[in-house]
Design a protein around this ligand. Sequence first.
Ligand code: GUN
Length: 313
Amino acid sequence: MAAIVLDGNKIGAEIRAEVASEVKAMTAAGIRPGLAVVLVGNNPASEIYVRGKVKSSEEVGIYSEKHTPPDNISTQALLDLVIDLNRRDEIDGILVQLPLPPQVDAKKVLMTVDPAKDVDGFHPVNVGFLSTQRPGLVPCTPAGIMEILKRSNIPIASQEAVVVGRSDIVGKPTAMLLTNANATVTICHSKTRDLPGVCRRGDILIAAIGRAGMITRDFVKPGATIIDVGMNRVTDPAEFARLFTGNPKREESFRTKGFTLVGDVHPEVAEVAGAITPVPGGVGPLTIAMLMANTVRAAKLRRGNPVPELSRV
Ligand code: GUN
């Protein structure tokens, strides 16, 4: 039986609508949440992401501003910009788009963002809050993964969850959120012995590796829920054939565009999984929705208003 497709566009739209109504109420009470996005240089992928973040802010009624310093900016000049944003009361959220150019000390920049305005949840203070279950700001993609699971009524407590990938941005915080929600969590990576065997333990399998279609059917427990965080550009025809032979729609678009986007999960997994997020249209839309939610959350937290315990606004 084919897996249920978990529709990230629909869940993302639901969350953005909830955020919009919160923003409306806050704005009427004289507190309009504000987001500052910093985009250094002109990385094409970053430009697309930032455009989406600014557009979504406008749609939900969040005040937003974009700062675009040049590619050759010094660490100190970027720190000065962040410090200025930290000081400004109408700015509740600060997001420095990654990657930063090599001459910039990225860790220093992220450490300088006021933890109360750190809507990416990357500051070590927020990492510590997450690890010790205190209210703080949680990284957007992991928070979005939890929303997909909860809003799709996928059980988490007492389930085996396997996270493939140990990045600071996705793998580690996702494992922490699942642990906090009472799953039994295994984090695995490229050095894990018998990776397919470990993955097959997962009632929930999170793929956040960054390798096109690496998770094949032999990694998957029949009926498991699969969350595919990957977003890989495939241009090699042999690799394309391994993933999409017999899929006329993809073949047509690969022929015309010369590339296709694929997650970390091979399409054949849909034949064994119970539920699965598509790429595109799965986790991606949740990342921006949770950034909006985090900006509202930051606006409340900063003013000492109580916020719900987990990832909700
Ligand atoms: N670049 C890729 N993903 C992200 C993200 O979640 N936040 C930021 N700031 N930059 C990114």
